[in-house]
Design a protein around this ligand. Structure first.
Ligand code: APR
Ligand code: PHB
Length: 390
């Protein structure tokens, strides 16, 4: 088999790149370890920056997003039993975010790919990437028990944090930067109307809580928990009681209880690999970096990586220029580190850190009090939340 761009991973990064390439007439094949249904079963955040929406429009997959997505022009940060609203358009010259689940983005991309001629090989096993330091990289994999070889011009490593792309790089050629946080998020999805029509990020002495949504009839809630907590120990009623305890009274009063349709605990991590390009292998999305979910930057950062990578590949095929390819890593990393900073800041400002002293806790509350009283500080939050320019 041969293609121009071999894409490893059919998550949002790989599917978005594939769709853009196909529309630009650049041949690509996606190799995905799991089944399509498995990929769709993963529940993740759901706040899209305008730049991400623009990319999905360019990929021709934004019709349902425009019909069903909820445009939000603000969110609340609550602390000390008060709430501060971040007015997104008012602080960013009119920008907003769109609430639309990552699962739905993935489904729309999968549907579009299915109607194009582009090939996706699901359940591709034992993917190994070779010769990416030459102009003819080769990928070996097994499909339905048969060994296969895929030759290509470029490899896009869109295979998430645990995928083989980053691991193919010699240890001495890559640097990794990491912060692991001493807590996780227990999340519940339920078919009940959201407690608030805007998202609420709550700092509370019992721990962080978040009220989010997927639609006007489906809520997504989270509470910070210790890393050794077990999902089995959290009945729905215990969860809702804890959630309400961490919210300002008026918002807690709006929480409607309903049976959870998904409940899971996720750890929080910040991670960046440098560089993101090794000869003809590129890392994009979670393969190259992870953000904690506070701020919902994961999918949006994947989209901005794909913006830079797609432009670089188009430039290569249309103009025979390697300038964009040579610049990919540095360009992507500049934006990644800023989103890492924002996600880290949101995380450290809103969570209860078990080892923190009274001093640290007072500083946290002072930071939030300052945010609530300063247009400058609120503007900084707003412009990061809607997404920094590409
Ligand atoms: N071979 C082929 N595919 C693989 C392999 C492998 N050995 N290992 C992993 N994959 C696939 C995974 O099964 C998954 O479908 O790569 C895909 C990676 O998808 P994601 O983890 O969703 O990563 P990405 O597409 O970069 O999306 C980033 O997802 O994790 C969230 O917060 C993150 O929203 C962000 C988005
Ligand atoms: C979510 O809806 O799952 C969500 C929203 C905002 C975040 C994180 C997660 O910051």
């Amino acid at each position: 088999m041969r293609t121009q761009v071999a894409i490893i991973g059919a998550g949002p990064s790989g599917l978005l790149l594939g769709q853009l390439l196909t529309r630009a007439g650049i041949d690509n094949i996606i190799l995905e370890q799991r089944t399509g249904d498995y990929v769709l079963s993963r529940i993740r955040a759901g706040v899209l920056e305008q730049g991400t929406v623009g990319m999905l429009e360019e990929a021709g997959v934004a019709d349902r997003l425009h019909r069903e997505g909820l445009v939000h022009d603000g969110f609340l940060i609550s602390f000390a039993n008060r709430s501060h609203r971040i007015d997104l358009p008012g602080l960013t010259n009119g920008k907003t975010v769109t609430v639309y689940g990552q699962t739905e983005v993935t489904r729309d991309l999968m549907d579009a790919r299915a109607t194009s001629n582009a090939q996706t090989i699901y359940e591709a096993e034992n993917v190994e990437i070779h010769d990416f330091d030459t102009t003819n990289p080769v990928i070996h994999f097994t499909h339905q028990g048969v060994a296969q070889t895929l030759e290509c011009d470029f490899v896009a490593g869109c295979d998430g944090y645990h995928g083989p792309s980053r691991k193919s790089v010699p240890v001495g050629a890559i640097k990794e930067f990491e912060r692991v946080y001493p807590f996780g998020w227990l999340g519940v999805l339920a078919d009940v109307p959201p407690a608030s029509h805007e998202l609420v990020y709550a700092n509370h002495e019992r721990g962080f809580a978040l009220c989010s949504m997927r639609s006007l009839t489906r809520s997504r809630y989270y509470v910070q928990v210790a890393l050794d907590e077990k999902v089995e120990d959290w009945s729905d009623s215990r969860f809702y009681t804890e959630l309400r305890a961490r919210l300002p009274e008026d918002i807690a009063a709006g929480v409607v209880e309903g049976p959870s349709i998904e409940k899971s605990i996720a750890p929080l991590r910040s991670f960046v690999a440098e560089p993101l390009r090794f000869g003809r292998l590129f890392l994009a999305g979670d393969a190259g970096h992870i953000v904690p979910p506070t701020g919902a930057k994961g999918l949006n950062l994947a989209a901005s990586d794909i913006r830079y990578l797609f432009d670089a590949l188009v430039e290569y095929y249309a103009e025979k220029s390697e300038a964009g390819i040579n610049d990919y890593s540095a360009r992507a990393l500049r934006r990644i580190w800023k989103a890492e900073r924002f996600s880290w800041w949101m995380t450290k400002t809103l969570h209860h850190f078990p080892a923190d002293s009274g001093f640290d806790q007072r500083i946290q509350l002072a930071e939030l009090d300052y945010l609530a009283s300063s247009v400058a500080a609120s503007t900084a939050v707003a412009e990061n939340y809607v997404g920094l320019p590409y």
